[in-house]
Design a protein around this ligand. Structure first.
Ligand code: ADP
Ligand code: MG
Length: 730
């Protein structure tokens, strides 16, 4: 039994087990009970109101005022029956967290009593004080007003005593101040573009939904240990700490049996998720110790994203009840796997077809190929946009760090589909096709389902991989709002599909048959997008060299990645599709630079504090103990005995001195550099670059010396719970 001496750790060892496990019930008995979904609306609304709201959900039509009044009144009745006393507009500002301001239903009646009131105007629009939310300069302080507007396509829900209404958040001038509004617009753009392309194959398609199935990774650590680590509490990651002797090398955690305590927590938060209609189904241990994953059944992207935001809140709340803390940070522990949030994405029609699923005949396979190859082309043209959409201080520690997707955006499709695209590239003739050519092509395309059946390729090192009937965007960070990545992906896909439609139509106008025109355009895209396809090991150094030869970007840190938003062509792309105008794109870039800087500022401060107030004093205390010991030995021993008896202590004293001096010098340098970095406040780009290039290396060096000290100093004196304690407390 190793000795774990930190005070916090002893508390954990002596704590009584917790019993939060709810009694077993059928999930279907309580699934969705806390959501104002269609099942409730049917019960509470008139037939007409129900139809109109469903139309708003399915087709994005406006809900008129009289109907909104009915919906509000129904929401009030229903939510009060679920225990609600308050309501809030729930929104997703650019802070990254969700925001809510609770108001009571109560309205005094003037006779000393009160009634509950909630009408359409309160449902549809609110005016929270926007001045404390980031706007990237969009909102002048004298126009601090911001509005939240009801999003009927995502159902309201009750948490605790509060009715929560999903909303978008915009400025007085109508600019987006949140993640939801651009996502909705991108989803609309891709719907229009994809529906239009679908006309080549099926005239019944009138609506295409982007679907999203996220996989959320996280770490669980004991709350008492977490609280004794200011770095975890304030920055979400361990800024110090020697890696434990046993990490993930034995691969014994992945898919291993889940500890009772973690299981009790999971059951509890899954119950809470199910009550809110979040269809979580999968749970398992991840690669690193105390790392886990939860995944739902996929849903329409806007709803799926709201559900992910909600789930991240739930994880945190429920974990606290179990004396755990959840770490959503992308890289809490150096030397162990980080956490990501794979975004599985596809397009699905109102006729029930998954456009990225190969069909049973050449015709449906041509449709599949169309959407498949257009995605590759979209990524090829706009890899930098995708990269920028996942940039964050936390994700910088993960991307390209040998166990996460690289910062280079490439596409993996497996050997069989690669072969098929290579064959198609050769076999589609440039001129007019004769009947034999067509038959041969049909055969080739008809082979796809067979090909895919045994397509078991699983390249875990690719940031963007095709997995049989969907794409998997793996480079998204675990703490991110998926909306950022989904807005980018759906926007570039919309742009690409519009471009494709134009080109195919042009070919048809010149006399090509429809199928021929589509095939030729597919061939052109296969040729043009070759550089972005990569089947090899994305973690290897050779790939970095190879990618550079191919002309692919390798934007290794956030400040470099964010510069993409300043490009005129990028701003124009978002503006043309009416997702974000140039001012909004620019504002978002500013906010993200600021977020990056603030995260690093906090880290630098916590690093300084811990080094000066925890690590240096502890090292000195231990050194003093050694010095006392040496002095004592000298008193009682002969000179020759003393020399031998004190040699270990003397060696330790010198080693500690060396690291102490290094830590102190580096901390002084960090403070100096921080002052310099903060001095260039006027230019966020320069400030962010300074943090990335000048301050991060100093922080890393401080850690190195401190981690050595941790190894030298008596366990009993070390003030911070060690990583082995954080990671192996189950
Ligand atoms: P993995 O091997 O990555 O764990 P799974 O087959 O378990 O892959 O699926 C992972 C995720 O993909 C799940 O969250 C699932 O809901 C999602 N998914 C499956 N089909 C689609 C789709 N058509 N669109 C979006 N997400 C999907
Ligand atoms: Mg996955």
């Amino acid at each position: 039994m190793p000795t774990f001496r930190s005070k916090a750790f002893e508390d954990v060892l002596h704590r009584k087990p917790l019993h939060h496990n709810p009694p077993s019930r059928k999930i279907s008995d309580f699934y969705g009970v806390d959501t104002f979904g269609p099942h409730v609306m049917r019960e509470y609304l008139t037939e007409e109101a129900y139809r109109k709201v469903m139309d708003a959900i399915d087709n994005g039509t406006r809900v008129e005022r009289s109907i909104a009044d009915q919906v509000a009144s129904a929401m009030k009745e229903w939510s009060m029956s679920r225990g609600a006393t308050h309501y809030t507009h729930w929104f997703q500002p650019l802070t990254g967290a969700t925001a809510e301001k609770h108001d009571s239903f109560i309205q005094p009646t003037g006779d000393g009593r009160a009634i509950e009131r909630f009408d359409g105007s309160l449902l549809v629009q609110q005016e929270p004080d926007a001045s404390s939310f980031p706007s990237g300069g969009i909102r002048n302080t004298f126009e601090a007003r911001g509005y939240t507007l009801w999003d009927p396509s995502s159902p309201a829900f009750v948490i605790g005593n509060t009715l929560c209404i999903p909303t978008i958040f915009i400025s007085y001038t109508g600019h987006a101040l949140d993640y939801k509004m651009p996502l909705l617009k991108a989803l609309y753009a891709v719907d229009r573009a994809a529906s239009s392309v679908c006309q080549y194959f099926d005239r019944n398609v009138t609506k295409v939904n982007a679907t999203l199935g996220w996989e959320q990774e996280y770490f669980l650590v004991d709350a008492a240990l977490y609280n004794a680590r200011p770095d975890l509490a304030l920055t979400g990651r361990a800024l110090f700490g020697h890696a434990p002797a046993k990490g993930q090398q034995l691969d014994d955690h992945y898919f291993g049996s889940i500890s009772d305590r973690a299981m009790a927590f999971m059951k509890d938060f899954e119950t809470e998720s199910h009550k809110l209609g979040i269809p979580v189904t999968t749970r398992h241990n991840e690669v690193a110790p105390n790392q886990f994953e939860v995944a739902p059944v996929f849903e329409e992207a806007n709803l799926a994203n709201d559900h992910n935001q909600l789930l991240m809140d739930l994880l945190d709340k429920v974990a606290r009840k179990h004396d755990f803390r959840v770490l959503l940070h992308e890289k809490p522990f150096e030397g162990l796997n980080g956490s990501g949030k794979h975004n599985n994405w596809s397009l699905s029609t109102n006729t029930g077809v998954n456009l990225l699923k190969p069909g049973k005949n050449p015709k449906s396979n041509l449709r599949f190929l169309t959407f498949f190859v257009n995605t590759i082309m979209a990524i090829h043209k706009n890899a930098d946009i995708l990269r920028a959409s996942i940039a964050s201080a936390g994700n910088d520690h993960r991307l390209g760090a040998n166990e996460a997707p690289p910062a280079i955006i490439s596409v993996f499709i497996g050997t069989q589909l690669s072969q098929l695209l290579d064959d198609l590239e050769k076999s589609i003739k440039a001129g007019k096709m004769n009947p034999d050519d067509k038959t041969a092509l049909k055969l080739e395309i008809g082979r796809i389902p067979e090909v895919l059946l045994d397509n078991t390729d699983r390249n875990r090192t690719s940031p963007f991989a095709f997995t049989g009937n969907k794409w998997e965007f793996r480079a998204v960070g675990s703490a991110a709002n998926c909306a950022n990545a989904m807005t980018a992906l759906n926007t570039i896909m919309a742009e690409q599909l519009n471009d494709f439609k134009k080109k195919v139509d042009a070919r048809i106008n010149k006399g090509d048959k429809k199928d021929e025109a589509i095939l030729k355009e597919i061939q052109a895209m296969i040729k043009a997008s070759k550089a972005v396809r990569f089947e090899g090991n994305g973690y290897s150094d050779e790939w970095v060299v190879e990618a550079e030869k191919r002309g692919l970007s390798n934007l290794t840190n956030t400040p470099d990645a964010l510069d993409v938003w300043a490009r005129k062509d990028v701003q124009k792309l978002f503006e043309d599709l009416k997702v974000l105008n140039a001012a909004e794109v620019h504002a978002r870039m500013e906010v993200e630079f600021e977020n990056y800087i603030m995260k690093r500022q906090i880290e630098a401060q916590v690093c300084t504090d811990l080094a000066q107030n925890h690590i240096i004093p502890t090292a000195i205390a231990y050194q003093t103990r050694l010095v006392d010991n040496v002095r004592g030995l000298k008193e009682i021993m002969s000179a020759s005995d003393f020399k031998q008896a004190s040699s270990t202590q003397m060696k330790l004293i010198r080693e500690i001195s060396g690291h102490l001096t290094a830590v102190k010098d580096l901390v002084d340098e960090l403070i100096e550099q921080r002052a310099k970095a903060d001095g260039v406040e006027a230019d966020v780009r320069e400030q962010a670059q300074t943090y990335a290039n000048n301050l991060m290396p100093i922080m890393n060096a401080i850690r190195e010396h401190s981690d050595r000290l941790e190894m030298l100093i008596d366990d009993e004196l070390w003030p911070l719970p060690k990583l082995r304690e954080l990671l192996f407390t189950r």
